[in-house]
Design a binder for this molecule. Structure first.
Ligand code: FEO
Ligand code: CA
Ligand code: CA
Ligand code: CA
Length: 626
């Protein structure tokens, strides 16, 4: 969410203002490094920019047209637009019952707490399909709710406690069996595999923070059992068949009855304050009152592992993966068998992380607790196209293992990690040791430090001051080894608007009037090695964003650099979350918060409530897609 109303970040910032800028010397230094850095991009184009230290490590691939579709123009229509030869249909929408004893979505009331708890949650984000034998499930995150939409008034005010609880249980994760019915993938109502995971579902805390004083509360004096997950953004999948859901803006749900209550400095770094973002959960559940239960926020901000085929399994919060505003979790198995998880912390000036497991993955062994022990690292980039992973250990940070797991941002600051332009999804190439991160935008770049006071100088993979367009950076682990300390990096794309700007804000050479976009966010490779890019940006179609239309989805050839627009979403939505059916003939794409400002009735049309949902995209000829 960006645009005119307050985004999560903007809200966070008003509630919790950052220290003001910075001295003159820093600004001058930053400007110089920006000119030096971007000179190469702008005068020689992306092609020559790519020929850096990393070119030698990148195997050549054929460069024939691999897209399988023709690029489409931008759109401001209130619908999904696709290339010729493709079609879409609603697949699983907010409020759609998972069981037949639940009423269909009611456009007048938008349901009750009871109906919502047994229906698809709201504002779906990351998702994945899992197969076991001949059964398949789709697992999807439900990140948050738009209070104006779920409560049906422009002010976003709950009428009663049931409204607040309806909002609460619209968060979490939805699991539904899916099956091919007459050649079309469909959800299976009443399947014993269907499940809702909500902020009320019991979970185990595991890893270094479990049982520590930081996570003990009145309700859980052992610090090992916690209730629920919320603000579930991107996702990940493990090679042992589990789903990872990533807790992002967990802070916005805590408040204090006394609005003058001051939270600790540790909580401030995460944006927790006496004011929530309008959800009102403390009114119905005291654990969200941070003045009474100051350790409760230490029990959120993690990655949660879920067994998609056992609705009775207790989800596990894996604290070894660190506590921050987790975007997604890109899992790769390194050549030495270690499990490596790449993770972004989506806040202005926060960091990019890597977890390396202590144990090794075994295709036939027990991998159940591999994510409980290992080492966290943060990325440090330098302007010469090189970088390294800095280990977060008691030796490097002066913090205990428990503190590193709970106050991960502070640990990253201690070792001098590179402050990034809001790391969103990380995507690893399916066959090459090559990893991409979407840096969505950062209006504070070069202007304001992060919440921990770390400077945000212009340079490295964050080369533009007041960056309102975003970029995609990528790196190659040294020796092709995902556990190596060093890497080389470059920029795959600098988003921009070449019809408005002729400087660095025009974007890199692979951005043109026909494919331009802003704020890359969701990102994933398909099996053929095409990089799919989803946007969560400014959809005003005006000024800096003129000609960019609604949010969209594009595909990138990572060898030639070419980027083509594949899909444009309805009004006021973002596109986020994607996965494929087991036969790869359907692509599932998430449409989140259409009509967040009241300007859409997608997909039902006039008089209906706009609904987030998963939309199924197929080729009209039934061919493979991705
Ligand atoms: Fe939920 Fe950073 O996006
Ligand atoms: Ca979102
Ligand atoms: Ca996102
Ligand atoms: Ca975003």
């Amino acid at each position: 969410m960006a645009k005119d109303k307050l985004s999560f970040d903007e809200h966070d910032e008003r509630v919790n203002p950052r220290p003001e800028t910075t001295d003159f010397d820093t600004i001058v230094e930053s400007a110089l490094s920006r000119r030096g850095f971007l000179g190469g991009v702008m005068s020689f184009g992306l092609g020559s920019f790519l020929i850096g230290s990393s070119a030698l490590t990148r195997p050549a691939l054929a460069t024939e047209d691999r897209f399988g579709f023709s690029a489409i123009p931008t759109s401001t229509e209130d619908t999904i637009v696709l290339p010729e030869g493709f079609e879409w249909r609603p697949f699983l929408q907010w409020g759609q019952p998972l069981w037949s004893d639940v009423p269909e979505f009611d456009h007048a009331t938008r349901g009750t707490a009871a109906s919502q708890a047994r229906a698809m949650g709201d504002n779906n984000d990351g998702m994945a399909v899992f197969t076991k034998g001949d059964r398949h499930v789709i697992v999807v995150n439900n990140e948050y709710t738009n209070t104006n939409l779920i409560w049906g008034n422009a002010e976003g005010t709950p009428a009663n406690d049931d409204d607040i609880e309806k909002g609460m249980v619209a968060h979490g994760v939805t699991v539904s069996e899916i099956a091919l019915v007459d050649g079309v993938w469909a959800t299976v109502k009443d399947s014993e595999l269907n499940r809702r995971v909500t902020p009320k579902t019991e979970m185990d805390l595991t890893g270094p923070a479990a049982g520590s004083d930081f996570v003990k509360t009145a309700a859980d004096p052992t610090g090992t059992k916690t209730l629920g997950t919320w603000n579930n953004c991107g996702n990940g999948e493990t090679p042992w068949g589990t789903y990872l859901t990533c807790e992002e803006n967990f802070n916005g749900y805590f408040s204090a009855a006394d609005e003058a209550h001051e939270v600790s400095a540790e909580l401030k770094r995460y944006g927790v304050s006496a004011k929530d973002w309008g959800y009102g959960w403390a009114k119905i559940d005291e654990r969200f009152d941070v003045s009474k239960h100051p350790n409760e926020p230490n029990r959120a901000g993690y990655i949660v592992e879920i067994d998609p085929f056992d609705p009775t399994a207790t989800p596990k919060k894996r604290t070894a993966l660190g506590r921050f505003k987790h975007e997604n979790a890109e899992v790769v198995v390194a050549a030495n068998g270690k499990v490596v998880v790449y993770m972004g912390d989506d806040e202005r000036g926060e960091f990019l992380y890597r977890f390396v497991s202590e144990g090794t993955y075994s295709a036939t062994g027990n991998n159940a607790d591999l994510l409980d022990k290992g080492t966290l690292y943060v990325a440090k980039f330098t302007d010469d196209g090189k970088g390294e992973w800095l280990a977060l250990t008691p030796e490097t940070t002066g913090m205990s293992e428990v503190e590193i797991a709970v106050h991960t941002r502070q640990a990253g600051s201690k070792v001098g990690a590179t402050t990034m332009d809001r790391p969103e999804w990380v995507a690893a190439h399916p066959t090459r040791p090559e990893v991409y991160v979407a840096l969505t935008n950062n209006k504070n770049r070069g202007k304001k430090p992060n919440a921990g006071g770390d400077e945000t100088p212009v340079g490295g993979p964050n080369p533009r001051e007041g960056n309102n367009y975003g970029q995609i950076a990528r790196w190659w682990p040294a020796g092709g080894d995902h556990t190596a300390q060093g890497f080389t990096w470059d920029l795959y794309a600098l988003a921009g608007n070449p019809t408005v700007h002729s400087d660095a804000y025009a974007g890199s050479a692979n951005i043109n009037a026909g494919n331009m976009f802003n704020s890359p966010d969701g990102m994933m490779f398909d099996e053929t090695g095409l990089l799919w890019i989803q946007t969560d940006g400014n959809y005003s179609n005006d000024k800096d964003f003129a000609g960019q239309g609604n949010n969209q989805m594009l595909a990138g050839d990572t060898v030639t650099g070419e980027i083509r627009r594949f899909l444009v979403g309805p009004k006021e939505c973002e596109i986020t979350g994607m996965c494929w059916s087991p036969d790869r003939r359907t692509m599932f794409v998430g449409i989140q918060h259409p009509g967040e400002e009241g300007g859409s009735s997608f997909p039902g049309g006039t008089g209906t409530v706009p609904r987030s949902g998963i939309y199924a995209i197929t080729r009209k000829d039934g061919g493979l897609i991705g």
